[in-house]
Structure formats: structure tokens, C-alpha cells
Design a protein around this ligand. Sequence first.
Ligand code: SAM
Length: 340
Amino acid sequence: MSRVIEIIDKLEKSRCLSPGEYTVLLSPSLTAAEEEMLRARARAAADAVFGRKVKLRGLLEVTNVCRNDCLYCGLRRDNRQLRRYTLSHDVILDCCRSGYRAGFRTFVLQGGENPAYTAESVASLVGRIKSEFPDAAVTLSLGEWPDEAYHLFREAGADRYLLRHETHNGEHYSRLHPQEMSLANRLRCLDTLKRLGYETGTGIMVGSPYQRVAHIVEDLEYMHRLQPDMIGIGPFIPHSATPFAAMSPGTIRLTTRLISILRLMFPHANIPSTTALATLEGEGRNRGLLAGANVVMPNISPVEIRGCYSLYDNKAASGAEAVEGLRLLAEEIGREGFEF
Ligand code: SAM
């Protein structure tokens, strides 16, 4: 039996590998047959838990105002070319209403770290959504807050929180973020979210500038310790108004390989096939699902502002990516035998 097959077997059984074994699975020299075996085993693990059913999450991009200056992100403070917006609570509630009518039972409120947001205003928004839609889950993805704020959101009814750690290597973290941000603070946030009983999501961008295989191995070891409920993995895609404009994007190949490794590590986790994958390639979303992902997140934000939530260039925000395109999305994933 080849070393790679042994490692895949071990991952399936023990849900965890040594750093050297993760490195083998991430190596560019894996043969096409080995890569396909990893993919098929990961998809079988997803099938055993979720079948071919894909979970739908309605993504609401509530604000593109951000105090941070992350070097990779189009919403960074220093991007003066961006028309900034903040949706009012009433508009957000309207989007939830139309999302609810379309069948969504999870609303993901994502946005920059808007200095105009207070913990009380976010909590009040969560409270309004939960009282109007008690059977829907609210996921927040609003960045780093003090512990007390996360506590307040939870008391107001927030069920889940998504905060990618982006990289678990301190030196790499400092090349992606401005000096005033720290990996320690991000990890503090994730620990608090777990402790407060949120379903907690983390993740990384694949192929972010300066990322090495050794960093991804550190990320996998961290995720093994954290035991996240959700994992967001998408390729890095450059944005023309950031310092990383000229950097190369991450690849679909490595992204899907990581989805497969993570699926075998966490058979029950919710792993989306991300917009960034769909942006890189027409069949990107299906490639993510075939690698073991089980969630898609159509955009339910108002159509007029979608172009302004520009994390990276050419971000997909219409057609099968959006609430109006649910039929298209059903057709697209149906081609590979998935349904929602
Ligand atoms: N501010 C919150 C935070 O940082 O978690 C939520 C919004 S942030 C824009 C959401 C995610 O977008 C980040 O976690 C990051 O991984 C992803 N992102 C930002 N810029 C990106 C890029 N150029 N390519 C791919 N993903 C990107």
C-alpha cells in the first residue's frame, strides 16, 4: 500500500495526523489518482453525514465600512475608491423577510468592523431578527469584539459566529495584517466564542501571500485543537486596490484538497463551498461540494449594494450566487447530484 493511502486511512480513522503526514497530503507531487482517492473518501464521509443535501445559508453583507487595514481585503480602511454603505436595521429585516419567504432558515450577517456599530446596536438587531423568525438561526461574522460584546450578542439570541483565524503562524499573520492587529487577539476571540456556546467557525484563505505548506500544517493543528463547528476555506483572490494587487490567487486544486482533508478531520462540520471558489471557476462551487463541502451561501443583500462589498476583484454576486438565482443554483448543483 502506498504511503499516501496509509495516511488517508489513518486520517479517516483517527481524524488527525502528524505534521509530516499533513505535509505529504499537501504536497504538489501527489498523483492524480491519490488526489482523487482523497477526494472520494472525503465525499463519502460527507455523504455518510449529510447525504447529497446541501445546506443553504442566506448571506447578508450588512456593511462594508471597516476600521481595519488588512492588506488582502478590498474593504480595508485605506481603500478610498470604495463607496461605503451601512444597511439600516429595517433594510436588514426586509432582506430577512424575503430570504425567509425564499426558504432560508439561517441568516449570516457579515461585515467590516464598522466603528459606528456598538455592541448594543448589534444585539438589538439580533433580537429583532430572532423575535420575528424564532425558527431561524442567526450567524454573525462581524470580526473582533471584546468578550462582553460576544456575550451580549449571545444573550440576544445569536447562534453562530464565523471568524477565520486566517493563519496560525504569527510571522505570517503579521505580513497579512497591520501592526495594530494581533493573532493573539483573534485567538482570544475564538476561545471566547467557543466558551460562550456559539457554534464557532474559523478558517483560512488558501494561497494567501507568503503562505507556505508549513503554515497550513500549523492551521490544521490549530483547528484540531479548536474543534470548530464550521470551517470557511476559500482561495485568496487579489483586489486591485490593495497592496496585494499583483499577487497570484490561490488555486482551486489546493483549496479543494484542503476541503477534503478538513472533511476527513471533521465529518460533522459545516463546510461551505465558497463564493471565492465559484469566482475563480464556473464549476468551482461544484468542485468544492465534490471535495466534501456541504453548505452554499447565496447572497440575500439588496442588489444595489452588492458590487460595493468587494473583498476581491470580480467577486461573483449574481446568478446562482444570489437569492434571485436559486433555480439556477439548484440546476448547477443538480448536475453533480446535489440538492437543497
Ligand atoms: N470583518 C470580518 C472578519 O474579518 O472576519 C468579516 C468580513 S471579512 C471581509 C470576511 C472574510 O473575507 C475574511 O475572513 C477573509 O478571509 C475573506 N477575504 C478578505 N479578502 C479576501 C481576498 N482578497 N480573497 C479571498 N478572501 C478574502
